[in-house]
Structure formats: C-alpha cells, structure tokens
Design a protein around this ligand. Sequence first.
Ligand SMILES: Cc1cc2nc3c(=O)[nH]c(=O)nc-3n(C[C@H](O)[C@H](O)[C@H](O)COP(=O)(O)OP(=O)(O)OC[C@H]3O[C@@H](n4cnc5c(N)ncnc54)[C@H](O)[C@@H]3O)c2cc1C
Length: 400
Amino acid sequence: MDFEIDEKMSTILTMVNEFVERELVPIEQEMLHGDPETLQALVVAAQAKVRQMGLWAPNHPVDLGGQGLTMVEHGLLSEALGRSPLGHTVFGAQAPDAGNIEILHKYATPEQRDRFLRPLVEGRIRSCFSMTEPETAGSNPVLLATTAVKDGDDYVINGQKWFTSSADGATFAIVMAVTDPDAPPYQRASMIIVPTDTEGFNLVRNVSVMGHVGSGHASHAEVIYQSCRVPQANLLGPEGGGFVIAQDRLGPGRIHHCMRWLGIASRSFDMMCERANARVISTDGDTLADRQVIQHWVAELDAEIRGARLQTLHAAWMIDRFGAKAARDEISAIKFSVANTMLHAVDTAIQVNGALGVTDDTILSYWYRHERAARIYDGADEVHKTSLGRRILRRYAPAH
Ligand SMILES: Cc1cc2nc3c(=O)[nH]c(=O)nc-3n(C[C@H](O)[C@H](O)[C@H](O)COP(=O)(O)OP(=O)(O)OC[C@H]3O[C@@H](n4cnc5c(N)ncnc54)[C@H](O)[C@@H]3O)c2cc1C
C-alpha cells in the first residue's frame, strides 16, 4: 500500500495550501459578518486567480479540463481545500455540483452534456440534487413518494422535496422520482434533469438550519414539484437507474467529504494548539499548554486525526485499486468514524478557546453549527454502522 504522490501533485497541494491560507482565510470574516454580495464579489475574484493558476475544477476528469486525479489525490486535494469553508467553491469543486458533474459525466447524452455539464464545469451555472423528502425517511429511499409519470413526450413530476441544497439560484436540479411503482424496489426510481425555470418547480423556502436561513449556494431549499413537465429527453441514465446512479454519486463522494472534514479537523487542531500556547492562565506565566489535561487532549486528538486520515486514504487507495464496490466496508467505516473525529476536533478546539471559541470571531463556531449534519447526510451513522456490522458478522456466521 502506497499513498505517495508524484511531484506534480505535490506542487498542486503546496499551491492550494498556500492559496487557502493567503487568500481565503482572510475573507472568511466577510462570510461570517459581512453581506453576501460583497462576499460573492470576493469569491469571484479569488476564482479568477485560481483559473489563472490553471487549477480550476482540478478534481474533474481530464476531458472536462480537470487534472484526472486518482481517488487518493482527490482526497488529499479535498483535505487542503477543506481547511476553509470557501475552499471548494473557489476552486470549482463544491458540493452538490461536484457530485452532479460526476454522474452527468458518466450518464449524460451528448445534448445533456452541452446544455448542462459543460456550463456547470466551467462555473457559469450552479445545480442541485433533489432526492430527500420531508414525509419519507431519506435513510431508505425505496420509500420515495415523488412520481414522474409519462405523458406524451414528457414526464410530469409531482412531489415534495427538502434539503435540496443550493437550489436557490441553481439553473437545474437532478431529481430522483418514481417512474415505475410496480418495478422491483431498487428499479422504481429514475434521475431526471429539471431546469429550475420550468413551470411547476416551486422553491417554497430556504429551510432555516441552526439559526441560519442562508441564500444562494449556502442554503437548503424545500421544493414542491407541481405538475412539473419536462421532456423525456431529460432522463439521466436508464429509466429505473435512480438507485444505481445515487450510489455512483455517493461512493467516491464520501472520500471527498471525509477528507474535507479532515481539513476542518486539522485547522481546528492548529487553532487549538496555537491558543493553548498563547493563553496565559497563571501569575507565573503558565499557559494552557503547560496543563497536562490540555497536553492529553492534544495527544489524543493528534492520534485520532492521524488514524482517520490513514483510514480515509486507505479507503481511497482501495477504490483506486479495486473499485468502489470492493471498498464498501472501508467507505462505511470512514463515513461515521471520520465525521465523529471532525466533530470531536471542532468541539475540543472550542473548549480550549473558551468563550472565544463560541463567538463568531473565529471559524470554529461556524463549523460547530454547519458540520453537525455530517453524521446525518450521505447515510446517517447508524445506517452505515448497521450495514458494516451486518456484513462483518455474516463472515463469522457458521457455514450451513
Ligand atoms: C446539511 C444537509 C444537506 C443535505 N443536502 C441534501 C441534498 O443536497 N439533496 C438531498 O436530496 N438531500 C440532502 N440532505 C438530506 C439527507 O440526505 C438526509 O437527511 C438523510 O438521507 C437522512 O434522511 P432523513 O433526514 O429523512 O432522516 P431519517 O431517514 O428519518 O432518519 C433519521 C435518523 O434515524 C436514524 N436511522 C435511520 N435509519 C436507521 C436505521 N436503519 N437503523 C438505525 N437508525 C436509523 C438515524 O439516526 C437518522 O439520523 C441533506 C441533509 C443535510 C442535513
């Protein structure tokens, strides 16, 4: 097993790390306290610099102008970008567009590529992914209630979705809807591309999350599809292929998320150690770093983050070598364990920073609010634990 990267990738990572530190960390305060329009202008300016550096959308395949990275390289890049909440957006690698680009690249027809994929990769438009429904359990998508019924050359879509992240301002949604209720459960649903200006695509509200309604890319919409009519040519992939495509989107996407979380964990760790060294807590000039409890937190967290990183790189290496299916156990394990490591790192960094940690003067409280969801989306902890535990136990079952 070898996680070594070549010189080109090493140079890219150095450039990305420097750019995030020099250009993005300073504008985070605008994200926390400023107005969205000023932030947007700063983001666009930073994106222009990234394009000049030839690093736009580096995670995409070569034929889409990306760097054609392996999964290990993709993960390392995501970790570097994850050190700032602005990293992925400024480099054209943000969710949900990155996942949509992956499935469009694999399944889109030539017409769909021209109309939806190319402008998305170029960053001229944004997209969203519309699967979860408020009235059915997202953890078990065979319960999906949204339907797409054929009528002439069209599909007519009816249903209610929520947590369609970034729908506000998006040009199109990829919607998962039941196209054949009588088919076997995992062949009932399909993916359909719906331009958001289609009549019957109703963005009802951006759902307030942890006290924040959000807007534009940073929002989670409730959408009602009401007799929403699109041509059957907007079907993405085969009819009944919704579950397979959703899995395609999620497998490698979990490496992307886990390594992004490790970027968050490592920056939180840095902020914790810097504060521990700087904060004087006695008349003798002792700092927090002189206290054994803090030293233990630092040591334990260091070990936890290192372990999570190696575990994730190993899962990425497995995908590179044997494919996502062979890496199912590894992917399930990192999804819940790395999410918890990241949340532990943010929480401990807040504790060491004391009152400062819960203010919005640092990025820690932003992460505390925004990243709690890591244990829920792309498969809740319990779902991954159940499927991993079940698979492991099956191997120990006595032969009949
Ligand atoms: C910030 C954020 C962004 C999101 N973005 C998108 C998006 O862009 N597009 C989209 O379609 N969806 C999105 N989602 C939705 C996400 O995919 C769902 O929240 C997720 O699939 C869980 O579904 P649910 O919320 O309906 O929870 P439920 O399925 O109702 O589950 C609730 C809880 O029950 C427990 N549970 C569930 N099943 C089991 C089980 N089998 N065994 C034991 N315990 C179980 C878990 O603890 C789980 O958290 C997003 C969610 C969040 C929070």
